[in-house]
Design a protein around this ligand. Structure first.
Ligand SMILES: [Fe+2]
Length: 269
């Protein structure tokens, strides 16, 4: 199984540039790279901030930008998104019974759960009691390993400019996740940076944005500074032993150089 994760596309309406460029161009570059190298992926999970300001025209441009993407796509909400505008352009999107853009599916031995952590009007994430109850029911119905996708990270990343904007009630989820009898792996966006670690025994990963990144300033508090550091996406490879996550840049000049060292010097016991 192969899962692609990319995040924080921040697509704008027509003629709406962001930091001087069009985020749709960067999405197209990402789509081309995925198609060229990972057309065999089972899914592409887009972990929110699909648009920059939730405009309907931006979702229409997103739809255009994803038309050529070969693997099936799963779309999630971030704090920059609007559920009504999203649903007007993606009426087929799966929701729970309460209308939140969250759902779950089984792939092999794994349960993939997509959370909707958008709290309208707020930059931080929040999982209300109804959504939390839905999560509890999902976990209770499946005993195998889980990949839990959410726009907002649950852990603090020791990164002050974004930590105050993470999922604010993550402690409410912790006992639910810890009670699951198999490993639960957490995958998020929002921070516009690749990071990985362990939070209360749970493995977590965050990924870059497809458009812009946040500077790694570990002292700064308040709003993060945006940059055009190289964008990347995650390639998640689950197997019977666990999973591996690779981080793949795109939008670079794809030259290849064969290894030219002394192969006789390479030894393996
Ligand atoms: Fe974002």
């Amino acid at each position: 199984m192969k899962i692609i994760q990319f995040s924080d596309l921040h697509i704008t309406p027509p003629d709406g540039l962001l930091f001087g460029s069009d985020p749709l161009d960067r999405l197209r570059s990402c789509v081309q790279h995925v198609n060229r190298h990972h057309a065999d992926a089972d899914l592409c999970v887009l972990t929110g901030d699909l648009t920059h300001a939730g405009h309907q025209r931006a979702y229409e441009r997103l739809r255009e930008g994803l038309l050529d993407l070969i693997p099936p796509v799963r779309l999630m909400m971030g704090n920059h998104d609007s559920r009504p505008a999203f649903h007007s352009v993606f009426p087929e999107a799966t929701t729970d019974l309460l209308g939140f853009v969250q759902h779950a599916e089984t792939r092999g031995d794994w349960r993939l759960i997509y959370l909707d952590t958008l709290e309208d009007g707020y930059t931080n994430g929040y999982l209300c009691a109804r959504r939390l109850e839905w999560l509890q029911q999902e976990l209770a119905a499946h005993t195998g390993p889980v990949m839990l996708f959410s726009h907002h990270p649950l852990p603090a990343l020791q990164y002050p400019s974004m930590d105050w904007l993470r999922l604010s009630n993550a402690p409410d989820l912790l006992p639910v996740l810890k009670a699951h009898p198999a490993p639960v792996h957490l995958f998020s966006g929002h921070v516009h940076r690749c990071a990985s670690g362990v939070w209360n025994g749970l493995h977590f990963v965050t990924v870059n944005g497809t458009n812009h990144q946040h500077e790694l300033d570990l002292e700064r508090e308040g709003a993060a500074t945006s940059t055009f550091e190289p964008a990347s996406y995650a390639v998640i490879l689950p197997n019977a032993d666990g999973l591996t996550v690779h981080f793949q840049p795109f939008g670079y000049e794809e030259l290849r150089f064969p290894y030219t060292g002394d192969l006789n010097a390479l030894k393996c016991i």
